[in-house]
Structure formats: C-alpha cells, structure tokens
Design a protein around this ligand. Structure first.
Ligand SMILES: [Fe+2]
Ligand SMILES: [Fe+2]
Length: 690
C-alpha cells in the first residue's frame, strides 16, 4: 500500500505543478446576481448552438458513420442527386437565358432623340456647335437642303432601324465598327449621305449600351429541358441490396437511396435535441465551475470571455461545416485562456469545446479533432509557463510546425487527406496566433487578464507608478523592495506564485503617496507629524487612507484585480496598536474596531505572505548584527504567531507547515542582508588588486 501511495502522491504533485493549481481552500469570489444571470444565459446559448444541427439538419448526412445497417426493401430506381447537381453545374454556363429589358431600351431610344434634336439645332443655328460629331461639307449641305417632311421621314427611318436593332438585344461589349456595319445594313434603302450620317448617329446612341438581362426562370427551364433531353442520372437498386452498413461512412448515393425508402428523418428530433442541449448546458456550467476552482478570483467578464470564445468557435463550425479546421479553431482560444487564466483554465475550455463543438465526426474528422486537441493541450501547458512575449512568439511558430508534421505523419496514406490543405491550415494557425499576440495587451486590458508576461512587465521599476513612488516616497520605495525580497523567498519556499508575490509587493503601499511624511520610513528629520496632530482617531484614519488611496491609484493606473488585492489584504483587519493604546489612555471605553484596518483579510497564500513579510521587515532590519539565527527565527515566529492568533490568516489557506517554511525563508533573507552589511576584511595593499 505504502509503495503505491508514494508514486501516486508524486504523480499528483506533478499534475498540480503542471497545471499551476491554486489551493482549493480558497473559496471563489462572490458574483452579483446580474453577473450570474448573464453567465447562465451565455451557457444556454452555448448549449443551443451545440444542439442546433438536431433541429434543422436531417438525421443522416453524407460522410457520417451510418447509425444502422439497411437493405433495400424492394427494387427501385432512385435519382442520383449528386450526379444531377454535377450535371446541372456543368450546364449552367451554357443555359443562361437573356431577354430584352424594355426600360433599358427606352433609355437608349432617348439618347437617339437627344442626338437628333442637337443635330437639328446645329443646322438651324450653325454657331451653336452643340454636337461634337464632325460633319462633312456634303453632309451639312444635304441637311440644309432637307425640308420639314424630309427631316421627319429621315428621323422615322432612323428610329425604325434602332428599334429593329434593339429588339434583337444589345450587349454592352460590342465594337463600334460592328454597330456601324449593322446600322448601315438596317438603313440600306436610304441614299448614301443619309445612310452614312444615320449609321453614325445610330452607332453613337448604341455604343457601350446594353438592354439584356438574365431571366432566371427561363434559364432554369432550359436547364431542365437539357437535363431531361440527356436523361436524369439514376441509381438502380435491386431488392435486398445492401444500402449502408452500420459504422461505415454514408456515401451521397446511399443517402439518396435511404431517403427514397423514407429512412432519413428530416423533421426536428426534440428528444435527441434535448439530450444534446442538456449535455451542452452541463458542459458549459462545469467549465465555469472549473475556471472558478482553478482561479478563485475569477471575474464574471473572464467567464464570459471563455464562454464567448466557445460561442464564436461553435458559430464558425456551423458556418464552415465540413471545411472547419479543428486545429485553427481550438488552438488560439486555448492558448489565450491558458496564458490569461492559467493552464487549468485553458485545458478546461479545451475539454468542453471538444464536447460541444458541432464538428463533423467520424473517420478522418475524429482523428483531426484528436490531433488538434493534443496540440492545443501541449500549447496550454507550455503557455501557462511562458514568461515573456518573446517566448510566446516562439510558441506561435513552433505549434503550427509541430501540427503540420504530426498531421502529415499520422494521416499519411489516407485517401481523404487530399481534401485537407495541411500547410495552408498551419499557416493560417500561425497567422492567427501572431495576430492574437499583437492584440493580447488589448484583450488583457479589456478582460482584466493577468498573463505572466504582463505580470513581469508590471514589475518593471521604470513603470510610472513605481517611478513616482521612488521619487515622492523614497523610504516607502526602499521598504517595498525589501518586502519584495522577503515575500518572494517565502513564496518560493511553499511553491506559491513567485511572480505574483513580487509584483504585488511592489504595489502594496502605493497608497502612501497621498502623504508620504505621515509614514515613519519617509521621516528623515526624525519629526513625526502624528505627535503634532495628537489625535489617535485622525492618525488611524490616515493609516486606513493608505489602503483606500492605494485602491484608487490601482484603478487609475489600471492594475489588474489580483494585484490590486494586495493593497487591502496586506493590512487585513490588523490592529493599529500604537494609536489604540494612545486612545485608550484618554478614554478606556474606545472600541477596538475603530482602530483596525477595514480588511478584507488575506484571501490567498500570496497576499498572506506579503502581510507576514510586511510585519517582519522592520523588526528584522532592526536586529543587531550579532543576533543569532535562532534568535531571529524566534522573533519572526512570534510576529507570525500573533497574526495567526488574531485570525488574519484564516482565509488564506496557509497551513502550519507552510508557515514554518515561510519563517525559515524570511530568516534566510535576513542572513543574506546581514552578510551584505558586514564589511569584508580586505588588506590595505590588496585593496585595488582585483
Ligand atoms: Fe501598508
Ligand atoms: Fe508595507
């Protein structure tokens, strides 16, 4: 038994380390009713999309594995709809029927009228020059010689000729010379000058114009006529012929035969739909619970992000049908969630999406989904550990490469593979990942995600808020750096999130910027303004203000929620002992609650470690150089014990054993500090030798 338990515990530890799971003791943050309702509504939408095909699609589709074995009950001749559709597509370009559009014809006739009236004006008033059409001297002479009846006759002839040309249909792309030849032929009976001028006028009115439009119903009729002429493709079925075998993919021809014998259900199937719908709701709800368990401080908008990306991927699946690539759909959201909310969140999303995606299934599609899930899971585990955007960039190149190699290797030799463009798919995935990387800061900001790279960026001492702290409250800044060192070591000792603790420590006291001189570490001249104030209640309010102002600054500088939590939780509901003592000296009935911080108490191991480091820092710094390690340890233990007894650590999930490790870690840091302060005995002559 013992021999078995050990590897099991090791496996469990490995699993937790892989997922970077936080402690389960932490209870999830409370959501407002409105938020819970909106998350529940999106869960319903997810389930609706997952079960949608059962409402609108037939029970059997070509390509899916047959749910039963079927034999033909009698001989029949069934229309082969696939071959019919193919033939129709082939015929399509040859069977477009066009008819004359009367409205377009009228517009073209009006063009000729305008040209004629312009010509008339020009003959009447030669100076007008309205028409740009050049006229020869002979033509001008002929026009002038015309009387009113002659004009009218010529115009009638021209209109008649245009009408004849239009009635045959006019396409827009005809060459000018073609139009001129046709017009000349139509005006054949006129004398040469009248014919030449008329043909040019007609040509000008028709050039670039069209009066044809496609008539869909006539085109359809012609296709049908052609198809019935050529014969409708059919499938001959004899009695007891095998139509499909259970589990084998249904071919389009078998589907036609099944449909002929009434074996395909095209009506909605409420029972089957409800089963899938319920499964969808359960899957979405379990995902939200898993996310909240993996990250207790999960915000509703982050749950909505996970559900929303699920909806988006489902929609893409329904829209693209068999063209949907599981690799392209699954990998980017999994990586985003693993980076922003942790590996466990990414893996939960992946598992649920595999369940609720309306992807085509069976044969190759199953294998591709399986591969995509494998690549996405590997990505999620890797992404949860990436510490910089450069590493993520590497990942977004490596993952698609691995995917293309894996797919090529495993799917090799399958005939259906020809339909899948492996390289194109991987390039699309790489492109999506790179775009995602570019947009990542925006998404992080919008959804309050705290990716590891963002955490490290925020720990940069050149960030504006930290620069301000070092300039305006140098003592607090120094204290902050010390605390960060202590807390980081403590977090490392118990396997807590070191990056989070380090960055959280840097921002924990930014609220002191509202009045640095009120805090002892910034009082360089030894004068304490609290003595001048001489009002313990006011002094307590000033201390509480460093928490409230800190939260305001966190909002203004858009610090993510897990970092902002360090500000109130590092003080918890600690007693302001000094001022309480002063107040009680004046009025023994003063309630203790008036001299306690408003909290909340630390709700994670990380904020609890910061509270302990904050409490020990000044005391450790003031220990004389000759203090022994045991004395330092005893002092730290006393300080931590006091906070434990006060109930400050009750919600943090820190256990006794972990506290012991934290105490030792703090003393280790103190030892390092002491070493730094003790000068090395360097011989005067060798002082500059190294
Ligand atoms: Fe503080
Ligand atoms: Fe502090």
């Amino acid at each position: 038994m013992m021999r078995w338990r050990q590897p099991q515990a090791r496996l469990k530890a490995l699993w937790r380390a892989l997922l970077r799971l936080q402690r389960p003791q932490q209870s999830p943050a409370v959501w407002r009713g409105r938020d819970t309702v909106s998350v529940a509504m999106v869960c319903v939408l997810v389930a609706l999309l997952a079960s949608w095909p059962l409402l609108v699609e037939p029970s059997i589709r070509a390509g899916m594995p047959a749910p039963f074995t079927a034999r033909a009950p009698k001989a029949a001749t069934v229309v082969d709809s696939t071959a019919l559709e193919e033939r129709r597509l082939q015929l399509l370009p040859r069977t477009t029927v066009q008819i004359v559009d009367q409205r377009a014809s009228l517009a073209i006739q009006r063009r000729l009228d305008t040209s004629l009236s312009q010509l008339h004006d020009r003959v009447d008033r030669p100076a007008a020059g309205l028409s740009a059409m050049p006229l020869t001297d002979a033509e001008q002479g002929w026009l002038r010689s015309l009387d009113a009846a002659g004009w009218a006759q010529w115009e009638r002839d021209l209109r008649q000729a245009q009408l004849r040309m239009l009635s045959q249909g006019l396409s827009g792309g005809l060459a000018e010379s073609q139009l001129l030849t046709a017009a000349t032929l139509h005006l054949d009976e006129l004398p040469p000058i009248a014919r030449g001028l008329g043909a040019r006028l007609l040509g000008r009115s028709l050039l670039g114009q069209a009066n044809l439009r496609v008539d869909p119903s006539l085109s359809q009729r012609r296709i049908e006529a052609l198809i019935s002429q050529q014969g409708i493709p059919t499938i001959a079925v004899r009695q007891a012929d095998l139509i499909t075998r259970q589990g084998e993919p249904v071919s389009p021809q078998s589907l036609d035969v099944l449909d002929y014998f009434g074996l395909v259900n095209r009506r909605p199937r409420p029972l089957a739909w409800f089963a899938v719908f319920a499964q969808g709701i359960a899957a979405a709800a379990v995902m939200v619970l898993l996310l909240r368990r993996a990250r207790a401080c999960l915000e509703p908008r982050q749950a909505l992000l996970a559900l929303g990306s699920l909806l988006l991927v489902q929609g893409a699946c329904l829209w693209l049908g068999p063209l949907a690539s599981p690799l392209v759909l699954l990998v980017p959201p999994t990586l985003l969630l693993a980076q922003g909310l942790g590996t466990a969140a990414g893996l939960s999303w992946l598992a649920v999406s595999c369940l609720v995606l309306p992807l085509p299934y069976g044969g190759l599609a199953d294998l591709r989904l399986f591969l995509a899930a494998g690549v996405a899971a590997a990505g999620a585990i890797a992404a949860g550990r990436q510490r910089s955007r450069a590493e993520l960039l590497q990942l977004s190149v490596l993952l698609p490469t691995a995917a293309v190699l894996l797919q090529a290797g495993l799917l090799q030799g399958r005939s259906q593979l020809a339909q899948v463009d492996l390289l194109g798919e991987s390039l699309l995935l790489a492109g999506l990942l790179l775009v995602g990387l570019l947009l990542a800061p925006l998404v992080e900001q919008l959804f309050g995600l705290l990716t590891r790279s963002r955490l490290l960026e925020l720990a940069d001492l050149e960030r504006p808020l930290l620069r301000r702290l070092s300039r305006e409250a140098p003592g607090t800044f120094e204290h902050t750096l010390m605390i960060a060192g202590l807390a980081e070591e403590g977090a490392r000792a118990i396997g807590a999130d070191v990056d989070l603790v380090r960055t959280g420590s840097l921002y924990h006291d930014v609220g002191k910027l509202h009045g640095p001189a009120w805090f002892i570490e910034n009082q360089t001249d030894g004068a304490n303004p609290h003595d001048t104030l001489d009002d313990p209640h006011a002094s307590a309010a000033i201390l509480q203000a460093h928490v409230d102002e800190g939260l305001k600054l966190a909002r203004r500088y858009r610090l993510p929620r897990p970092l902002a939590d360090f500000i109130p939780e590092h003080q918890g509901t600690l007693k302001m002992g000094y001022f309480l003592h002063q107040a009680r000296e004046r009025d023994p009935a003063v309630p203790e609650t008036a001299f306690r911080y408003r909290g909340p108490r630390p709700r994670s191991r990380e904020t609890a470690i910061l509270m302990l480091a904050d409490g020990c820092e000044a005391a450790l710094r003031s220990l004389p150089p000759n203090t022994s390690e045991a004395e330092a340890q005893a002092m730290v233990r006393r300080l931590i014990e006091a906070r434990l007894v006060d109930g400050q650590l009750a919600l943090s999930g820190l256990g006794r054993a972990e506290l012991e490790l934290v105490i030792r870690a703090f003393v280790r840091v103190w030892r390092r500090m002491r070493h730094r302060r003790i000068p090395y005995p360097i011989a005067p002559r060798r002082a500059f030798s190294a």
